[in-house]
Design a protein around this ligand. Structure first.
Ligand code: ZN
Length: 311
């Protein structure tokens, strides 16, 4: 049997102030901080991972908060919207919550037969809460404010904005095992049957729109899930055979990664399930300590001093 991509693994975006980002995602949106580490290429910058209890693939949103970074601009060649799945009947609760917490949001609307509530994080990153028409049995992380009927369960889909959808669609269908399922206007919905959730990618075709510019409030890359490194390497061969450049395997401590820029301009990653976030912290303590990759452990004191204040 041919291996298929197992939906989304994580999405990585760029933020400004670290504390503001942490407060928004853990308190307002109610996700669990499952890992507090640094940017492996820039250890003076945090790397936050937010997810469900164990940071399961398909629930993980990660940020590089760069204080003072210039604001980005959404456009083509990037992921422009992240949709989280929530339980039916919870959107009014969320709208009231966003209202009372001064979160920029829109009205409840419908697309492709699903109701959703658009909102933005403090840096202007665009997100939606959506009631999926497929069942979503994932158990969300809950907080004092958010019970299981309200809390975000993980990704429903991500939207990629493209000048032309065809080259990206070909990667999704011919290599990743996705199929075109629905279309509404210039939005084309692709999904994989390999997993029940976090299985959807929407491609929006915007031929006259300018290219997006990375900066705070924009997405940096979209990571797709593979079970292990053997399958990851099979995909590497397939991508190379299409003439697309792809990196060697990189150890990210919590997963192994390959990166390539798909022909539509979006940075894609293939990330493994192994070893996961409990590799250096027990489940009940995830995110509580600053974790550093081995190469920076000797510089811990210096790094801790240079990182922004979180309290
Ligand atoms: Zn990544």
């Amino acid at each position: 049997m041919t291996n298929k991509i197992l939906g989304l693994h994580h999405i990585t975006a760029i933020a400004g102030n670290a504390k503001r980002n942490l407060d928004f995602y853990t308190r307002v949106l109610g996700l669990r901080l499952v890992k507090k580490t640094v940017n492996f290429d820039d250890p003076g910058t945090y790397h936050f991972y937010y997810g469900n209890e164990n940071g399961a693939p398909g629930t993980i949103l990660t940020f590089f908060p760069w204080e003072g970074i210039v604001k980005g601009k959404n456009g083509t060649g990037m992921a422009t919207e992240i949709d989280y799945s929530v339980a039916a009947g919870s959107l009014d609760f969320w709208k009231d919550r966003f209202q009372s917490l001064n979160v920029k949001h829109g009205e409840v609307a419908e697309r492709l037969g699903e109701t959703y509530l658009p909102f933005e994080d403090p840096d202007g990153l665009r997100l939606n809460l959506v009631v999926s028409k497929n069942s979503d049995e994932r158990k969300p992380w809950t907080t004092a404010d958010l019970n299981a009927d309200q809390a975000a369960k993980g990704f429903h889909n991500v939207t990629l904005n493209l000048r032309s959808i065809k080259p990206t669609a070909t990667i999704l269908t011919d290599i990743f095992g996705y199929e075109l399922k629905e279309q509404e206007g210039n939005r084309y919905r692709f999904a994989t049957d390999a997993v029940p959730t976090a299985s959807i990618i929407d491609l929006v075709e915007s031929p006259s729109e300018g290219r997006g510019i990375n900066g705070s409030g924009t997405n940096h890359h979209v990571a797709f899930r593979v079970p292990n490194e053997d399958v990851q390497m099979e995909f590497r061969e397939k991508i190379l055979s299409k003439g697309v450049h792809i990196t060697p395997k990189i150890n990210r401590d919590y997963f192994y990664s390959l990166y390539f820029r798909e022909p539509g301009g979006v940075l894609f990653e293939l990330a493994t399930d192994n070893p996961g976030f409990t590799v250096d912290e027990p489940l009940d303590q995830l995110g509580s300590a600053l974790k550093l990759p081995e190469q920076y452990e000797a510089m811990r004191e210096k790094i801790e001093k240079s990182l922004p204040q979180l309290s």
